[in-house]
Design a protein around this ligand. Structure first.
Ligand SMILES: Cc1cc2nc3c(=O)[nH]c(=O)nc-3n(C[C@H](O)[C@H](O)[C@H](O)COP(=O)(O)O)c2cc1C
Length: 211
């Protein structure tokens, strides 16, 4: 029950106590949870950038709809994903997988050829729509891990992706920003949401039974 209790405890924190920093050990566990996330075909199409530099966090506030909790939080994780699929990216990860498992390279060629046939004919935008979805799986697991550590967090889509890509020089690395996760400790006195009830649709409307 601990996970469910912690998921009930967490909320999208609107104000952080900027005097409280999250221990790097906990940040590393949150990032590790994202690294362990499942991804489509195991391609691990996303990465996480850990920002704790105050100046850089402050630069992100105006391109994130003036969400000041970005400046207040202890760390800001930026989930970024491959801008597109390439033959090299697919081969690199599968070579790594076979090497790690002590298998001959090419062991999964029939599978990777199917992936290449599927993805390489798509537009980069279609590719990115798929790689970005993998980043959201990582975000979900990272949010759960933060809750398990009783560390507060905020998932955030409210930002100008192009401006952030430019600020962090992501495009030159073949990456694009997807979603943010602010991490820190809540400032209960100044957070309008801290004392409010968590609201979700009733279970009977959520769990749809097919008969
Ligand atoms: C993908 C995603 C993007 C979100 N973007 C923002 C955001 O930019 N700013 C914000 O304050 N909350 C953001 N939220 C938080 C949601 O509004 C919040 O999770 C939802 O209302 C449920 O409330 P709870 O997380 O407090 O339980 C986002 C949540 C998700 C999952």
């Amino acid at each position: 029950m601990a996970l469910l209790d912690n998921l009930k405890w967490r909320y999208a924190t609107k104000a952080y106590d900027s005097t409280k920093k999250v221990d790097q050990t906990d940040i590393n566990k949150i990032i590790e949870a994202a690294r362990l996330a499942p991804t489509s075909s195991g391609l691990q199409q996303f990465r996480v950038i850990d920002i704790s530099d105050q100046e850089l966090k402050e630069k992100i506030v105006p391109i994130a709809m003036d969400q000041h909790n970005i400046a207040q939080c202890s760390h800001l994780l930026v989930f970024v994903a491959w801008d597109k699929y390439t033959e090299e990216r697919i081969d690199n990860i599968y070579n790594y997988i076979t090497d790690q498992r002590g298998l001959p390279r090419g062991r999964f060629n029939s599978y990777t050829n199917k992936l290449k046939a599927l993805y390489l004919k798509q537009t980069p935008e279609e590719n990115f729509a798929h790689t970005a979805r993998q980043a959201y799986i990582g975000l979900g697991i990272a949010l759960a891990q933060a809750a398990e550590l009783k560390v507060d967090s905020t998932p955030m889509e409210g930002f100008d992706n192009d401006a952030l890509d430019e600020l962090l020089d992501l495009r030159s690395k073949g990456l694009r920003s997807v979603v943010l996760m602010a991490i820190g400790y809540r400032d209960t006195a100044n957070d309008w949401l801290a004392s409010m009830k968590k609201v979700r649709v009733p279970k009977e409307n959520f769990d749809i039974e097919c008969k």
